[in-house]
Design a protein around this ligand. Sequence first.
Ligand code: ATP
Length: 367
Amino acid sequence: MTAIRLDAVSKVFEGEHLAVDELSLQIDDGEFMVLLGPSGCGKTTLLRMIAGLERVTAGEIWFGRTLGTRLAPRERGVAMVFQTGALYPNRTVQENIMFPLQIAGQDDVQAGSTAAGLAQILSIESVLDRMPRTLSGGQRQRVAIGRALVRRPQVFLLDEPLSNLDATMRTELRQEIGAMTRDLNVTTLYVTHDQVEALTLADRIAVMRDGRIEDVGTPTQVYNDPATAFVAGFLGTPRINLMAATVRVTAHHRVALDLGSQSISLDPTDRRSLILRHHDGAEVIVGARSSAFSLITTEDAPNQLTGTIRAFEFHGQQSIAFVQCGIEVVDPDKIGRVAPAHASPAAEHAPSFLTRIRSRLGLATPP
Ligand code: ATP
């Protein structure tokens, strides 16, 4: 096992395209970290720099106490699986998995037995004698994972390994990857733009945007207390409602949020209320997930917004109502990039959404 530390790592491609921008991140020994972000934000580039397949333009990558940026790819103890696991087409599944051990000088009997053991964990023992071209996409990915793990790497990197599989296969293999990496206790960095994969697999999620990390935390932390409006908007289906509001402090320091012609009031004990009650007139963004709303027909309930149902979608377990309330909605993708969360090398110190509101309001960061 090895911890990985990225210190202000940057990558500038030819043409001066800045793909990764002074990014700092710590992945602990044995941790399963998911790198989540939209297409083109630099996830693959970062993974390739850790594997040594891409040179860093600036910054340092550490594997435990070893400065990795100086090491050749094969010296890094890293194994990587890509979107479509490339296999040797003229070798059987078993030979494919055994190959890295044979290269390392292990005898065929021992290598064969290790490969068979891994095949069992990956549920591909029945295809060990088959050639890659006869396998399904899911089986091929399992073989690629087996081959990557057979030498017990210190660090396991996966780049969207499930993106070419159908929904059922994705769920199945996702669960197996989770179980296997936990059993092997290998430090894992898993790249995806699929939030379900991120929320279900990760010990911690790092959300990337434009070559930087915007938030790092456990799935519950980034979902419930996102560092930025972009992170709030990226996680969760249906997408969070982000609304432009003005703070209005009423009698006894109670806080109301004016949303256009409508208004809601905050619970006075809510931590947001405790901050905002000193900021009458401040403009804020209110984020509320659809689960925070319920549809009612009475007119006298507290904290109600009035609107017209524009669409109603049946999704099986839930139905989603799209309600027009005449409130200004904020598009999280259009909010500019925030102050870099990488200011501290331990990115878990990334400011929370609340802290950002505080700093926008000129408040001190809470202790
Ligand atoms: P996706 O989810 O679509 O795979 P990503 O987040 O993995 O995207 P990267 O593939 O790391 O993003 O690309 C980041 C940026 O760097 C993109 O703008 C891409 O066009 C650019 N880029 C990547 N590789 C190169 C290259 N070899 N030369 C020039 N630009 C590159």
